[in-house]
Design a protein around this ligand. Structure first.
Ligand SMILES: Nc1nc2c(c(=O)[nH]1)N[C@H]1C(S)=C(S)[C@@H](COP(=O)(O)O)O[C@H]1N2
Ligand SMILES: [Mo]
Length: 317
């Protein structure tokens, strides 16, 4: 099974998930298992569980994981931003089912030695999955704690061998207005685009996630593969990636394009720098009452502050 053995700080999933949802998830897990088995390079036994170890981290959740309470599964998968399916928090869980994710491939372009279309299975096969329990802080003022399953983006970058001209990595989401109803409206300039500076992309905290709560990623959370950059506002963590480009110039993200005064390229969580329409000093942890103070770099400063030494974070917001 690819549900991890319980650790003392983990609640039992049945405790946080209503029974019908839990049953549905077990069904979904089996549906997803075929894909993941192929991905692991192991015999694809239809309907069989992932062999022990595949979604398991022998080192445990690791030094980067928080031991704070995890946000309940129902909130992680029911309260989402995925504007490709609409702008209300319940739209993604309601409408993302129509997004086709199998087969899936990732096109690698630009300043790298390995470019071209890579089927998802080949893209993820060489990598060992780890659990990373990360805080995710949305620029709108709410946050969650999510147990992701994924692997460091830096391992992928190493394989793709960017050239010395590559200074940034650009990520692009699937564009499929027929199946992604939000893309039939001009909420953003589709497809969704995000980017990281090469050192941010190569940082060990930055992961590509393929699962959460021990199962394959639900579509509303960015199936089959999405970025997670825990020290930045949530919008940097782009979902359902179909293209990765190594580029010389700083990419223009969709949010920068739509409102350059509100959303910067760096988007580091920073309580000292307000968004023009609201303060970033406090946040509401989903599932809790009241608010808690927001931490600089979302609490990951000891590992990432050095990336921005000498930079004016008011200017490079
Ligand atoms: N393609 C795409 N990726 C996206 C978004 C989006 O609208 N489209 N929303 C972002 C925002 S604003 C947040 S807060 C996170 C939410 O991730 P979650 O729903 O898995 O919690 O996804 C980010 N990734
Ligand atoms: Mo967000």
């Amino acid at each position: 099974m690819f549900i991890r053995p319980q650790r003392p700080w983990q609640g039992r999933e049945q405790d946080v998930t209503p029974e019908p949802v839990y049953r549905q998830r077990r069904r979904f897990m089996r549906d997803a298992a075929g894909v993941l088995l192929t991905a692991s390079g192991l015999p694809a036994l239809a309907g069989a569980a992932i062999p022990e170890g595949r979604f398991d981290d022998p080192e445990g959740p690791g030094r980067f994981s928080t031991d704070e309470d995890r946000t309940p599964y129902g909130d992680v998968t029911g309260y989402n931003n995925f504007f490709e399916f609409g702008s209300s928090k319940s739209d993604p869980s309601e409408y993302a089912e129509s997004m086709p994710i199998d087969p899936w491939s990732i096109r690698v372009e630009g300043e790298a030695e390995e470019t071209g279309d890579i089927p998802l299975e080949d893209f993820i096969r060489p990598h060992a999955f780890e659990e990373r329990i990360y805080r995710l802080r949305c620029v709108e003022g709410w946050s969650m704690v999510i147990p992701w399953i994924g692997f460091p983006l830096t391992d992928v970058i190493r394989r793709l061998r960017p050239t010395s001209r590559a200074k940034y990595v650009e990520f692009i989401t699937l564009h499929d207005p027929e199946n992604m109803r939000g893309q039939r409206r001009d909420i953003l300039d589709w497809p969704y685009v995000e980017g990281l500076r090469m050192d941010e992309a190569s940082h060990p905290l930055t992961i590509l996630a393929v699962g959460l709560y021990g199962e394959a990623l639900p579509k509303q959370n960015g199936a089959p593969i999405r970025l997670v950059v825990p020290w930045k506002y949530g919008f940097k963590s782009i979902k359902s990636i179909v293209k990765i480009r190594f580029v010389e110039e700083q990419p223009t993200s969709s949010w920068m394009r739509s409102a350059p005064d509100e959303y910067g390229f760096y988007a580091n969580v920073n309580p000292e720098v307000s968004h023009p329409r609201w303060s970033q000093r406090r946040e509401r942890r989903i599932g809790e009452f009241g608010k808690r103070p927001t931490e600089k770099f979302n609490g990951y400063g000891e590992w990432v502050a050095g990336l921005y030494r000498g930079m004016d974070l008011e200017k490079h917001f």
